[in-house]
Design a protein around this ligand. Structure first.
Ligand code: ARG
Length: 461
């Protein structure tokens, strides 16, 4: 950033130059230059509209557009000199335009304000970022579906309260994650609909006296519609907050997956391994291989929640219409976009880095009496009401704990001490395979259902 005594657009009204501290304090160009591409796209569409409605001449419009394109090239090739003294991305580009094409450049800002300009830039920016994040979500979803397909009949312990509950298939577990991400995807596309409305034309707050054509600009920029109230248009940041809420939910989901990956990789569980390339070691303990990537994703979740809180607080109690507070919306939004994108990228890699340890998963499912509910269901089929069956099986489990045996290792006479209804076909029910296969309905954990879900999901993606 260079500081010089650049003229400000408001110099006419002022008697002394801006204090240097004030320049530093108010500038946003150091970070909003990230919006330059969108700012130029918006300005080109605005110039086209000004020419179409004869607010400026066709020739002037062409000169402005050529100048803007030249500036865009300079920015892309990093030749452009950004000035903090020119405060933000808008004034930097406008100033450069006048430098390049002369006085005609001063006509670009006819019938608009930086207030509707920044609102437009932010919507254009976020629309693109959402499209990119959705692509990343799809990649993670696809990787998970592939893994679920491969492990559709691999058995693991299903937990509630972190206690062994009922056996489930690993494929089913992975598809639970897919459901979460599919909801995230649909939330984002819903959020995008409300983003894709054009605020430009609202000018500073009240609209403009020129015969503008807002629908034409909307069409040029690919917006579905134009906003309907100028005061709301320049001050509204709901769309950014809504995006941050979607981003927070994505991170919440990734943090849940991360916690599970960390647990699964621990020596205590040993259900999976992660490829060396996706782990890091310790500087002191030579034996260590740590799941730092999921841990970092889990940790970064807090940042994104913070970004959401920052914007909610920024907007709280703001009176109409635009207030400078709104300039503070950008860094949180950019941070959330970058963080979510990086964490989803991490997950594409992480999912492919998983090696499943079938035997350890299965062994864990064998422990903890995971088929106790199946035994109760068996008694129900023999005619016992469920509550009574529950009580009988509770006693069987108590006995098995005393004998230090798992349920399938009890003998038929041992079972029959608790209920005459138990016959030798009970052992099929007590097997892990029997337990998962029996849950064969939409939403159930059976390998057959996992397969069916995989083919449904493959079509959906
Ligand atoms: N940099 C400003 C922002 O991000 C642009 C709008 C400035 N408007 C104003 N009235 N000072 O919000």
């Amino acid at each position: 950033m260079t500081s010089d005594k650049t003229k400000k657009p408001w110099d006419g009204r002022f008697t002394v130059p801006t204090d240097e501290f004030v320049e530093q304090f108010t500038e946003s160009v150091s970070y909003d230059k990230r919006l330059a591409h969108y700012d130029i796209a918006g300005s080109i569409a605005h110039a086209q509209m000004l020419a179409k409605t004869n607010i400026i001449s066709k020739k002037e419009g062409d000169e402005i557009i050529a100048g803007l394109k030249q500036i865009e090239e300079e920015i892309t090739s990093e030749q452009f000199k950004w000035l903090t003294t020119l405060e933000d991305v808008h004034m930097n580009i406008e100033n450069a335009l006048v430098e390049r094409i002369g006085d005609v450049g001063k006509k670009l800002h006819t019938a608009r304000s930086r207030n509707d300009q920044i609102a437009t830039d932010m919507r254009l920016y976020l629309r693109d970022e959402i499209d990119d994040i959705v692509l990343k979500l799809n990649e993670v979803i696809t990787a998970l579906i592939t893994l679920a397909d491969e492990y559709h009949d691999t058995i693991m312990p299903g937990l509630t309260h972190m206690q062994s509950a009922q056996p489930v298939t690993f494929g089913h577990h992975l598809l639970a994650w897919v459901e979460m991400l599919l909801r995230d995807r649909s939330r984002l596309s819903d959020c995008r609909k409300r983003i894709n409305v054009l605020p430009l034309g609202s000018a500073a707050l009240a609209g403009t006296t020129y015969p503008i054509d807002r629908n034409y600009v909307a069409k040029l920029l690919g917006f579905d519609d134009v906003t309907q109230n100028s005061l709301d248009s320049v001050s509204d940041r709901d769309f950014a907050i809504e995006f941050l809420a979607c981003a927070s939910l994505i991170m919440m989901h990734l943090s849940r997956f991360s916690e599970e990956l960390v647990l699964w990789m621990s020596e205590a569980n040993h259900y999976i391994d992660l490829d060396d390339a996706w782990c890091t070691g310790s500087s002191i303990m030579p034996q260590k291989k740590n799941p730092d990537i999921p841990e970092l994703v889990r940790g970064k979740t807090g940042r994104v929640y913070g970004d959401l809180m920052a914007l909610l607080t920024l907007m709280k109690a703001q009176p109409l219409a635009y207030n400078r507070d709104n300039q503070e919306d950008k860094e949180s939004l950019f941070d959330a976009v970058d963080t979510v994108r990086m964490c989803l990228t991490a997950y594409v890699g992480l999912v492919s880095a998983i090696t499943v340890r079938h035997d350890d998963m299965r062994q864990a499912a064998e422990e903890g009496f995971a088929t106790a509910t199946d035994l109760a269901d068996y008694l129900v089929v023999q005619g016992l009401p469920f509550r009574d069956a529950h009580a009988v099986v509770g006693k069987v489990v108590q006995y098995a704990i005393e004998k230090n045996k798992s349920l399938p290792l009890l003998s038929l006479p041992e079972f029959q001490q608790f209920s005459e209804l138990i016959k030798d076909d009970v052992f099929v029910v007590l097997k892990l395979e029997g337990s998962v296969s029996a849950r064969n309905h939409i939403g159930g954990t059976s390998p057959e259902q996992v397969k069916a879900q995989v083919s449904r999901l493959k079509k959906l993606i």
